[in-house]
Design a protein around this ligand. Structure first.
Ligand code: NDP
Length: 310
């Protein structure tokens, strides 16, 4: 098997990966970027983005990622469909295997693999995944037009998903485990003003109910022990995300929450020549603009490393 040699390999195609690609292309480092399981990353599952500077009328997540992809490609990034299946960071150059067959030798690597939605961990939730259980309202909301659905979570994502679903569905329940929402005031105001959203505070989901056709309801239990059955057709999770570190965890140091640990103020990991950017290293901000900014930082750190000055 021939081994392809590259100077910089970027793993991931969210705003962090594409921004790193834009900078490294302009530095003539001919980056190769693998898009991964979800080309464009999590933003392709959101609706309009109104808080990314430079889009006065907002922009859809899909459009913004397509714009970033085209910008990186025009500047010279080699963008490829494919999933990095294995890495070996034990010695330099690093070894990377794509789709279990294609082997690459890379002088440096930028890990921008993002984060994935969390699930509650109920057996019944797993059983009905794709049959009424979803972690992406914008992907699947369409299937629940004029029906009743529930969203679990009390953060900004839950409020955003509930607001979106309320435009399609007859009724949206928000199942919140505390007696208050964690979301920003603006998002809280939005859901409270939406007549077909009902917030159920201090409830936990104990079981997803359904039949061969999919979800028919959920059992929820209040903190005082009382149980209620909600008849719904769609059950949406919005309880946060988990960083996608499975690929690199044998080599890269993670923090206590499982995110990639970097030298403060930089994108440098514990392995010299491997850099991290975006949600995979960011448990706090997780915004498109902060991911893009950290992609820029990783590119500059990487360029300096390759020039022997970083
Ligand atoms: P958060 O971690 O902010 O919120 C997660 C929510 O899920 C909390 O209400 C939490 O409850 C609840 N939760 C967690 N685990 C469980 C569980 N096992 N059972 C029931 N409920 C559970 O995640 P988000 O995805 O909402 O937001 C992540 C970050 O992204 C935040 O910084 C947010 O501000 C940002 N964001 C910004 C947006 C914007 O600016 N437009 C849009 C979306 C996200 P509890 O409060 O009890 O812990």
């Amino acid at each position: 098997m021939t081994i392809e040699k590259v100077r910089v390999l970027i793993i991931g195609s969210g705003p962090a990966g594409y921004t790193a690609a834009i900078y490294l292309s302009r530095a003539n480092l001919a980056p190769v970027l693998y898009q991964g399981i979800e080309p464009g990353g999590q933003l392709t599952t959101t609706t309009d983005i109104e808080n990314f500077p430079g889009y006065p009328s907002g922009v859809s997540g899909t459009q913004m990622m397509e714009d970033l992809r085209m910008q990186a490609e025009r500047l010279g990034t080699d963008i490829r469909l494919g999933i990095v299946s294995k890495v070996d960071f034990a010695s330099r150059p690093f070894r990377i295997v794509v789709d279990d067959v294609h082997e690459i030798s890379a002088d440096s690597v930028i890990v921008a693999t993002g984060a994935s939605a969390k699930y509650l961990g109920l057996e019944s939730e797993y059983r009905f995944r794709g049959m009424g259980v979803s972690a992406c309202a914008t992907c699947d909301g369409f299937f629940y037009r004029k029906k009743d659905v529930a969203v679990v979570g009390g953060g900004d994502t839950a409020c955003e998903e509930a607001s979106y679903l309320a435009t399609l569905c007859r009724k949206v329940y928000m199942i919140v485990r505390k007696d208050h929402l964690r979301a920003s005031q603006a998002m809280q105001d939005r859901v409270r003003k939406t007549p077909n959203i009902e917030i159920l505070f201090e409830y936990n989901t104990t079981e997803v109910l359904g039949n061969d056709d999919g979800v028919t309801g959920v059992l929820i239990t209040k903190t005082d022990g009382t149980t209620r059955r909600l008849p719904i057709d769609g059950f949406f999770l919005a309880i946060g995300h988990r960083p996608n570190t499975e690929l690199v965890k044998d080599y890269i140091t993670l923090d206590s929450e499982g995110y990639i640990a970097t030298v403060p103020g930089t994108s440098k990991t514990n392995v010299e020549g491997v850099f991290a950017a975006g949600d995979v290293k960011d448990p706090h901000y997780r915004q498109a603009i902060t991911a893009a900014g950290s992609g820029c930082i990783a590119a500059i750190d990487c360029e300096r490393y390759l020039l022997g000055i970083g």
